[in-house]
Design a binder for this molecule. Sequence first.
Ligand SMILES: [Zn+2]
Length: 255
Amino acid sequence: MTGNIRNDIFFRLSPIRSVLFLSAILLLSGCAEVSIQPQNSILFMDSEIAGCSVQNREIEKFIFGTGDDVVLVIGAIHGDEPASAVLAHQLVRYLRENTSSIHSKKVIIVPVVNPDGLAAGTRTNANGVDLNRNFPANNRVDADWAGYSPLSEPESRLLFHIISEHGVGRIITIHQPYGCIDYDGPAKHIAEKMGEHCDLPVTKLGGRPGSLGSWAGLTMGIPIITVELFGEDINCTPDEIWQLYGRAILAGIYN
Ligand SMILES: [Zn+2]
């Protein structure tokens, strides 16, 4: 079914549409002041500026629910993967409109981990470091592209602190463009469940040195699922991206 949806919704990206698409992402991930919005005693949603990037762009964090079972969902740790940020923002929108779906969970969403990279269209942050190679995994290497020490970058430090502070028990990290679902740590059953709800095959890509997957999944034993969207998903509207992958993300949170 998702394959048919994909065929129906693809259209070419015009230059104007490209500018609008990027502008929408930057607006969604931008520096507007946000407020804490408690909704009721059971369901709680708050959004806040969790920290700042190298170039002082704000990094926004959304929290839904108050449960002890904590799931972290992140997008755009690589700045040249903008559809990942769109899907994460769509999850925020869905949970805002469907608060009863939270149950006993706490769902934390950081839609844009690397706002400088997203603004520049680069994989790395403004220091030229691949944030997804900057975590204190057992397989980490020191290099200019990975940082010369683990957590040398403010964006990766921020994620590390969120995971530690909230006792995150599961991570879903959204990327492009390999078109598959990868996992590290004890997450195979979750990845397979997610695969039942979209047309991404479950494929083991292997732990990259110093990646979030290597650190969280292999070093810390936290189930982590990497959702690799297709490169052409940049041509989709936010609603279309949610239509393609929303059910898979929800399956990853709730299974
Ligand atoms: Zn990536």
